[in-house]
Design a protein around this ligand. Structure first.
Ligand code: SF4
Ligand code: SF4
Length: 398
């Protein structure tokens, strides 16, 4: 197993994500096939994959319970367990102590090796900073007490939010989990996020290395671009190889749903085979083909004449993201905006497009963005639903 050194600890470069565990036949999110998880964990541990990443809302709150029971069969010091505080969820009150005690109990442990503030983004940073809840202070204290060995954060937010959070709390942050893959290198500005974390000397944890499966299969056209370089290499392996030699990356999490995926991933991480420059170029061409996006460079020339003062480059970046996957991960970045700054506020005057060197039909893209947004549930809805499910599960166990 390829490993990385983190503060004197040897970590496997491949981590076991626990948000897509196998389900019982016909089961819903909380109906985890625990026997299959047990078998997968055994194979993972034997291969040296001993880092497990769970979170409060995963599998309707059941991921923590299942991982706690499965890992209880192993000596505590033989595995690393990561969990997260759900400050990104929209609830009436945030009670970090209550949630943390519940998490330790569910996982059957006395400490977490790694603990993250879950998804610091445009709509949650205020919660994390809010002195009413004292979230940051509480977790810094838990680290001092040894109940958290390493404190970090995950984020789907933009670069300015990461900067703001690091300016305030960076000295306490030991690692940061970001969405990173060859598609998001440019699409979600991941290259700049990597650079920012390097400047802060913060090791990088990777989530969504294959973009939730979006880059696990490729069209014949895209496959043909890669096949001259390496024979019999799957798109998944290409994605992992791209990440393996990015400076600063110390952990690559993969949410594995069955034994076959686990074994394939273990095979890839038996050795490092970094991509050369030509191979990276071919992979970035594949990324361009996948994007189906508007070619906004973020120059900002369109901004000066917009009568509505819309942040057009930001809106187009979210539009591009949603072209790849219609997921709330992208749309939630819009929800915090006031109505008059949302894409629906565009009056279609076209003044912006006149200034755009890329000749983008901006009003058309914004109209399409409104259409996409109407098709997917909002983060507020999802968050509320998850909080109700978690509360119900807690009450049933009392
Ligand atoms: S078309 Fe929309 S985005 Fe463009 S200038 Fe007019 S209001 Fe602003
Ligand atoms: S002028 Fe065009 S390329 Fe520049 S930020 Fe605006 S939309 Fe993007």
């Amino acid at each position: 197993m390829v490993t990385r050194n983190f503060q004197g600890k040897t970590l496997p470069l491949l981590g076991f994500g626990c948000m897509r565990l196998p389900l019982l036949p016909g089961g819903k999110a909380g109906d985890i096939d625990e026997k299959s998880v047990e078998e997968m964990v055994k194979v993972a541990m034997e291969a040296g994959v001993n880092y497990f990443d769970t979170a409060y809302p995963y599998h309707a709150g059941e991921s923590e319970n299942v991982m706690g029971r499965v890992l209880s069969k192993y000596p505590r010091e033989s595995f690393y367990l990561a969990d997260k505080y759900p400050g990104h969820q929209i609830v009436d009150e945030y009670r970090p102590a209550e949630v943390f005690e519940d998490q330790l109990k569910k996982c059957g442990v006395e400490y977490f090796d790694f603990y993250l503030l879950h998804n610091v983004f445009e709509n949650s940073i205020h919660t994390y900073n809010d002195p009413r809840w004292g979230i940051m202070e509480y977790f810094i204290e838990q680290k001092k007490k040894g109940r958290i060995r390493h404190l970090g954060f995950s984020t789907h937010g933009g670069l300015p939010i990461m900067k703001e959070f690091l300016d305030k709390w960076g000295e306490h942050m030991e690692f940061c989990q970001i969405q990173l893959n060859y598609l998001d290198w440019t699409l979600q500005n991941a290259a700049a996020k990597v650079q920012l974390l390097r400047e802060h000397n913060i090791p990088i944890w990777v989530m969504e290395p294959i973009r939730g499966g979006r880059i696990a299969t490729l069209s014949p056209q895209n496959t043909a671009l890669l096949s001259p370089f390496r024979k019999d290499v799957t798109p998944v392996e290409w994605s992992f190889r791209f990440l393996q030699d990015i400076e600063g990356v110390a952990m690559i999490l993969s949410g594995m749903s069955n034994m076959e995926q686990l074994k394939q991933n273990i095979d890839v991480f038996k050795e490092e085979k970094p991509l050369n420059e030509e191979e990276k170029k071919a992979l970035f061409q594949v990324a361009e083909n996948l994007k189906n996006s508007v070619p906004c460079t973020g120059c900002g020339y369109c901004l000066k004449d917009c009568p509505k003062g819309l942040d057009i480059p930001n809106l187009l970046s979210i539009y591009n993201d949603l072209q790849v996957a219609k997921s709330y991960n992208a749309s939630m970045r819009l929800e915090f905006l006031p109505e008059e700054k949302k894409p629906s506020a565009c009056i279609g005057c076209g003044l912006c497009s006149k200034n755009c060197p890329q000749k983008i039909d901006i009003p058309k893209a914004l109209k399409k963005l409104c259409g996409i947004l109407s098709e997917i549930p909002s983060w507020a809805e999802i968050s509320k639903e998850r909080a109700i499910i978690a509360e119900k599960a807690r009450n049933e166990k009392k």
